[in-house]
Unconditional design. Structure first.
Length: 117
């Protein structure tokens, strides 16, 4: 169990308790503080370590690719990913696929009514 105590200002205190089932015995990559919640960045390596498989096996399962991994192990990997609130890193994915799915638009003058969409 991880307990974090923060003094936000002289009147506000934050006490956060994270149950041990959500902690992965691996290096924590990043912690982000949003509002009253700490978000811990979970990686495929963290899921693989907890499931006892390789990171490539986790990737195959999470991307629904064909593999020789048993259905029971697939279900276990997906359950671990769900428990840890895993989300794919879109920047890493765009580096591999070479597609960012970002649309750029250059407008010479935003005050000109001609360029309004």
């Amino acid at each position: 169990m991880l307990q974090i105590n923060l003094e936000l200002n002289s009147q506000a205190h934050l006490h956060l308790v994270i149950p041990s089932k959500f902690l992965v015995q691996a290096k924590i990559k990043a912690i982000k503080f949003i509002g009253d919640v700490f978000l811990v960045k979970v990686t495929i390596k963290d899921i693989a370590k907890k499931a006892g498989v390789s990171p490539s096996s986790v990737s195959l399962v999470l991307n629904d690719r064909p593999s020789r991994i048993s259905d029971q192990k697939k279900a276990e990997i997906k359950q671990i990913a769900k428990e840890l609130n895993y989300t794919a890193n879109q920047i890493a994915r765009s580096l591999v696929t070479k597609q960012t799915k970002t649309f750029g638009l250059i407008i010479p003058d935003i005050e000109n009514i001609f360029f309004l969409l």
